[in-house]
Design a binder for this molecule. Structure first.
Ligand code: PMP
Length: 360
């Protein structure tokens, strides 16, 4: 059986894809299917309402948060966050923790000044994330942004930060819906849908309603959090198929036991892999501090880096795909989102064991 360990767009649950195929082909009495009808019609509104209700149930989202379904990926939000949340001249605080937070900062700088609340360190080649209790957040900042899981380096914050009075903004593109979450600690949570949520092209945002008034008239209307919240994310045509797909993913997650079940599974899968790496006597080596290792993207290197290409090729020959590390990081990356079953991890562990025995 081929297994897909892609970092994104990533594996989706097979029952979700089957259901999506069925739903795509269902035509109503006027002869139109999901992709062919108005986004303001009763059928699509019901789908979007059910998607929102599913998410609210899964994450126990309080009423004082708007759920927005926005077009475009999380990178679009890198610029839209300062546009929607910072007053002219107001700085924003950022935690720099690796590749994706770096991209968020680079983009934010086009729209506001950036102050660093904390930065990651690399000591003896090992990545350490800055502990949230050591962050120093500018009290005048419009918000404090951090990347909850650095997809490229495989480093994750396991403690929910407390940013005091400055609204906390989290990019959860690569770990949303993988564990329980206290939403009330955040000003904004946003996530690209292409990993744990569904398909690319849609970004989900939870925005505390008191922050909506910050979106001024300088923000284009279809990109304004305030206007999209007031119009139930239907100010302009939303990505209808992607919204229908996340609804199916939420149905699947609820049937699988919701966040408590995903939390247990993600820890189980990633622990198995990290243990195999640490027990390999240096044949495989992880360069992320144990306290910061990601449950979603397990990144490691081969002790003899010259073996990396044959590791990838031999893995593919055994049906294990998309294991090459991020282009800026190299090495191996194993993405273990919710849809990747334990069986895939067992197949990979067996391959890693045999590969090490052949070359060790
Ligand atoms: N943030 C993080 C943490 C990501 O992993 C990614 C994509 N890998 C993005 C943002 C960008 O998402 P998109 O390409 O959908 O805009």
């Amino acid at each position: 059986m081929p297994w897909n360990f892609s970092a994104g767009p990533s594996a989706l649950p097979a029952p979700v894809l089957e259901r999506a195929r069925e739903e795509l082909l269902i035509r109503d009495k006027r002869g139109s299917c999901l992709l062919e009808r108005s986004f303001t019609g009763a059928e699509f509104v019901a789908t979007m309402t059910a998607a929102e209700a599913g998410l609210r149930e899964l994450l126990a989202v309080p009423d004082e948060y708007a759920v927005l379904f926005l077009s475009g990926g999380a990178m679009a939000q890198f610029g839209l966050l300062p546009m929607n949340l910072a007053r002219p001249g107001q700085p924003a605080a950022y935690v720099e923790s690796g590749y994706w937070s770096g991209r968020a900062i680079e983009e934010a700088r086009h729209f506001c000044s950036v102050s660093f609340a904390a930065r990651h360190t690399v000591r003896d080649g090992v990545v350490h994330l800055p502990p949230p209790d050591e962050w120093r957040i500018d009290p005048d900042a419009a918000y404090c942004h951090y990347t909850a899981n650095e997809t490229a380096q495989g480093a994750e914050f396991h403690i929910q930060p407390d940013s005091g009075l400055v609204p906390l903004v989290a990019d959860m593109s690569s770990n949303i819906l993988s564990r329980r979450l206290d939403v009330s600690r955040f000003g904004v949570i946003y996530a690209s849908a292409q990993k744990n949520l569904g398909a690319s092209g849609l970004t989900l945002a939870l925005v505390r309603r008191d922050l909506l008034s910050r979106s001024g008239s300088a923000v284009p209307s279809s990109l304004s959090y305030r206007i999209q919240a007031a119009e139930s994310s239907r100010y302009s045509t939303p990505p209808v198929f992607e919204v229908a797909l996340v609804k199916l993913v939420f149905d699947w997650l609820r049937a699988e036991g919701g966040m408590p079940a995903m939390e247990v599974r993600s820890l189980y899968k990633s622990d198995l892999l990290y243990r195999a790496i640490d027990d390999s006597a240096g044949f495989y080596r992880c360069f992320v501090a144990p306290a910061n290792r990601s449950r979603m993207n397990v990144c490691f290197r081969l002790g003899d880096e010259a073996l990396t290409e044959s590791f990838v090729a031999d893995a593919e020959a055994e049906g294990l795909f998309n294991l090459r590390g991020h282009s800026r990081v190299g090495g191996i990356r194993v993405s273990l989102y919710n849809a990747v079953p334990e069986a895939a991890v067992h197949a990979l562990l067996q391959f890693m064991d045999h590969f090490a025995a052949r070359h060790g």
